[in-house]
Design a protein around this ligand. Structure first.
Ligand SMILES: *Cc1c(COP(=O)(O)O)cnc(C)c1O
Length: 402
């Protein structure tokens, strides 16, 4: 295909995107895909030769580079090599995978767990394996793209309820015929807004309408609950979530995804979910790193406390400066800017002052709600956070956001 001559729908789509990207680059407003050349302990990074404060990472507990985790990965690399050469079902399962899954199950106070090679793939395969034609899936409007894609792929009736709106969820549960299977699914902590799902009410509704419940804990494991176990611990609810999904790529400095739950559910997923059966197993070093991370979280509870203190300092400081941080209660802190242009302008100034923050603009968020999606971690020190607040406040005033 000669792209310079082609003029079909595909070529036009490609052209439109390329023009948008090039337009931003010409105005020095393109901030994506910047290569980091050094990870300096979670709170700082080296970018284009500059030492910058990192405010866009999901490493909430600052575990990247932790000596125990790095040592575990190295030992697994030495023992098993760099890959698995196979799918779990056939030649790809190592004792390491089974130990990792047991560790996750214990951490989540669940009977069993199964892992996949990414969080994205976990949602895609788990939702589409459990649900099918004739079933109903009810999904929060702000759920992650991987959940949306899993719902669409499942072929089930796909209904979205208003964000964290329990009256709307109930209305939709009522609309579903009584005899169909229903799944309610939501992010535990919403990945763009940082707010927390009203789990107690969701649980009540699921019981009332006989629905399965799935929680995506990408941003709640290592963030919520006194010991970092996540959303159920946060609300003191015990084992109320049927399908406890999470990633191994955020608080856990590895890659992969998991589901924890009842033994029979996990057995079913192991033999029916296509990403488990038809895609190679997690590499040994990544499995070992993930396993050690869960142990470190429990052994070093100060990390949870420091994350909470840093989160409070960051949110309160930004609010005092006059920013709208929406309904966040967690380490994900939206700094509302309004138009895409304002979000780009604030990002540019912040980056000039050595803050590595990134804008989220439409269509990822609704038009007019463009923002910085800033994050803090346990690796930051109070004086670094104070500097970041100061930079954002000065720039926010110059641009007219506050
Ligand atoms: C990041 C994220 C995922 C995907 O996880 P990966 O491990 O990065 O593929 C799924 N759900 C939510 C809510 C996320 O934020």
């Amino acid at each position: 295909m000669d792209l310079s001559k082609a003029n079909d729908a595909v070529a036009r789509r490609i052209q439109a995107m390329v023009e948008r990207v090039n337009g931003l680059k010409e105005h020095d407003l393109y901030f994506y895909n910047q290569p980091i050349t050094e990870m300096r302990g979670g709170a700082r990074v080296l970018v284009k030769g500059r030492d910058m404060g990192m405010y866009a990472s999901y490493g909430y507990l600052g575990l990247l580079g932790h000596p125990r985790i790095t040592a575990a990965a190295k030992a697994a690399l030495e023992k098993y090599g760099t890959g698995t050469h196979g799918v779990r079902t056939l030649a790809g399962t190592l004792d390491l995978h089974n130990e990792l899954e047991q560790t996750i199950a214990d951490f989540k106070h669940a009977e069993a767990a199964v892992t996949y090679t990414s969080g994205y793939v976990t949602n895609l395969t788990v939702v589409s394996t459990l649900m099918g034609r004739g079933d109903w899936v009810l999904s929060d409007k702000l759920n992650h793209a991987s959940i949306v894609d899993g719902c669409l792929m499942s072929g089930a009736m796909f209904r979205r309820f208003k964000h964290n709106d329990m009256a709307d969820l109930e209305k939709r549960l009522k609309q579903a015929p009584a005899d169909v299977s229903k799944l309610v699914i939501a992010d535990a902590v919403f990945s763009m807004d940082g707010d927390i799902i009203d789990l107690p009410s969701v649980v009540d509704l699921c019981r009332k309408y006989n629905a399965w419940l799935m929680m995506d804990e990408a941003h709640s494991v290592g963030v919520l609950g006194a010991t970092g176990r996540g959303i159920e611990e946060h609300f003191g609810l015990g084992d109320v979530v049927d399908i406890k999904m999470g990633t191994l790529s955020k608080t856990i400095p590895s890659v992969g995804g998991y589901v924890a739950g009842k033994k029979d559910l996990i057995t079913y997923l192991r033999h029916a979910s296509r990403a488990y059966i038809f895609s190679a197993a997690l590499p040994p070093a990544q499995a070992a790193a993930a396993m050690e991370s869960f142990k470190v979280i429990l052994d070093e509870p100060w990390r949870m406390e420091k994350l909470q203190a840093n989160t409070d300092q960051f949110i309160n400081g930004l609010k005092e400066a006059g920013f709208d941080t929406m309904l966040t209660e967690t380490a994900i802190v939206p700094v509302l800017c309004g138009s895409d242009e304002r979000a780009f302008a604030l990002t540019r100034t912040a980056q000039e002052k050595d803050l590595f923050v990134l804008p989220v603009v439409s269509p990822a968020v609704p038009e007019g709600l463009a923002r910085l999606r800033a994050t803090v971690t346990a690796a930051h020190e109070p004086d670094e956070i104070a500097y970041a607040i100061d930079v954002l406040a000065k720039a926010g005033k110059e641009i007219g956001i506050i």
